[in-house]
Design a protein around this ligand. Structure first.
Ligand code: NAG
Length: 200
């Protein structure tokens, strides 16, 4: 009889623990998932642009935000990339078959970033180690970037539950980024994808 009671107590305690753990998980579960389908990319600059991306692979398809993705990339630059570097982003969304340019809203959209090196320094304070997996592969995360070849081996990356702006609605998008220095184009990258948000 005594052992029967203790088994019951143990089961009850385990049950309480499990309930607590699952409600904790439930409350942490994000209310919204965004799926990114059909990721594609291409260089869009001139053949002799000094900075070129050579390979870029991102999986799975779709990518879930929040979630996890696997990415690998390689590229090269024939000139050192030194501060100040400008990045001009143009974002287009397909609206009934027509590509419409989206203006710059709260630093997202078709924006001109005059100093990308400063942005990197704000994101990752200088003097601090570069975040993983950059550190493992000895890849730099601050300007200047020396001329040469860069390779980012296939790595798993956790995508946090970032809040996307409300106007970034479902649909097809095309983003062009032009890297420049003193108004000279150094490289151009275009990516395409489809966004699909769902409430869970
Ligand atoms: C980026 O845009 C700015 C402002 O429109 C322009 O002055 C600059 O020349 C552009 N840079 C490149 C490299 O195209």
């Amino acid at each position: 009889m005594k052992s029967c009671v203790s088994v019951f107590i143990a089961l009850f305690a385990a049950n309480c623990f499990w309930l607590e753990a699952s409600s904790h998980l439930l409350s942490r579960r994000p209310s919204k998932f965004t799926m990114v389908w059909g990721f594609s990319w291409k260089n869009c600059g001139k053949q002799d642009d000094p900075a070129q991306l050579k390979t870029l692979s991102i999986s799975p398809d779709p990518i879930s935000i929040p979630g996890q993705l696997t990415a690998a990339a390689s590229g090269s630059t024939s000139v050192a990339l030194t501060s100040p570097l400008s990045v001009n982003v143009t974002l287009h969304r397909e609206v009934v078959g027509v590509w419409v340019k989206i203006p710059c809203l709260d630093e997202i959209g078709s924006c001109h970033y005059p100093n990308a090196c400063d942005l990197l320094d704000q994101l990752i304070p200088p003097g601090q180690d570069c975040p993983e997996p950059l550190r493992t592969y000895g890849l730099p995360c601050h300007c200047p970037f020396k001329a040469g070849d860069y390779a980012f081996p296939s790595s798993d990356i956790v995508i946090p539950d970032v809040e996307l702006p409300g106007w970034l609605t479902n649909g097809n998008y095309r983003v062009q980024g032009i890297l420049g220095s003193a108004d000279k184009e150094l490289g151009c990258l275009e990516i395409g994808f489809s966004l699909h948000s769902s409430k869970k």
